[in-house]
Write a protein that binds this ligand. Sequence first.
Ligand code: F6P
Length: 323
Amino acid sequence: VSKIAILTSGGDAPGMNATIRAVVRTGVYMGLEVYGVMRGYSGMMEDDIFPMGSKTVANIIQRGGTILKSARCREFYTEDGRRQAYANLKKRGIDGLVVIGGDGSFTGAMKLQNEFGLPVIGLPGTIDKDLYGTDFTIGFDTACNTAVQAIDKIRDTADAHDRLFIVEVMGRHAGYIALHSGIATGAETILIPEAATNIEDVIASLSEKEKRKKLVNIIVVAEGDAFGGANEVAKIVRERLPNFDTKVSILGHIQRGGSPTCIDRLVASRMGYHAVEALLEGKSNVMVGIINNEIVYTPLEVAIREKDSVDENWLRIVKILAS
Ligand code: F6P
């Protein structure tokens, strides 16, 4: 490997810039030529590719978003689209690719490897933490901290008015942000797609709390929960518990922005370094992950397909600590 390219794709995540910096600087240090691809696979198809040096990544470690911009590219799903994209890498002699993104981005990377033999390394860049083979994804910790700060503020006003708040956090198919931020903010209940929720239990618990005059409650809902988000849950709760003053708050895209936390910067820096090292060692089609503080490599296919199961104890902890 002598020339590598890097791109960010799918939903952006805080720490993507720190990852780009790590890949570029490691690549340059190892004597490689490094190219940046703009807007993920869209820029690869449109030939929006440029050389990057150490200076091009100065002063970005602390910035949210991604200097390479990101996109979800439909044309890349077609073979013609991919052929055109690969031709743009080939004419520059690019012989290795680092993709920072989530499952859709990894699917594209696998196709480039399988169809053209291009060595690819995936780095888990998603706030959802919905990839198998890593304890951390780049951006997850920052998103959780953003949610925690927001929910703490909601708790202040909930307390002042004795209100029940149903707070929706991001996570289309994954409840990790809900689980982590919910436990960290003392939520009454956490509703996530990975666990079946018995709404009767939730109603019964709230009724019991009403009797004890505990009227300040926070329910954290992942956007992808079985009910269809916070508004749907609120409908049921308002109908069944009209005495509660129930409010909904949807945190939305604030969870995707902001300066990455220390943990996300460390994860980004370590993973970025190991992505380049992996390419130099001849590895391909794998995602770099961190498990028990060790760097591990998981086939992209497995990282996308397998799901971590949510530890039942976590939900038990929520119940006990909110009683
Ligand atoms: O995958 C990250 C994520 O923020 C999900 O949690 C959310 O469902 C989705 O992206 C939103 O996507 P978009 O920004 O394209 O609306």
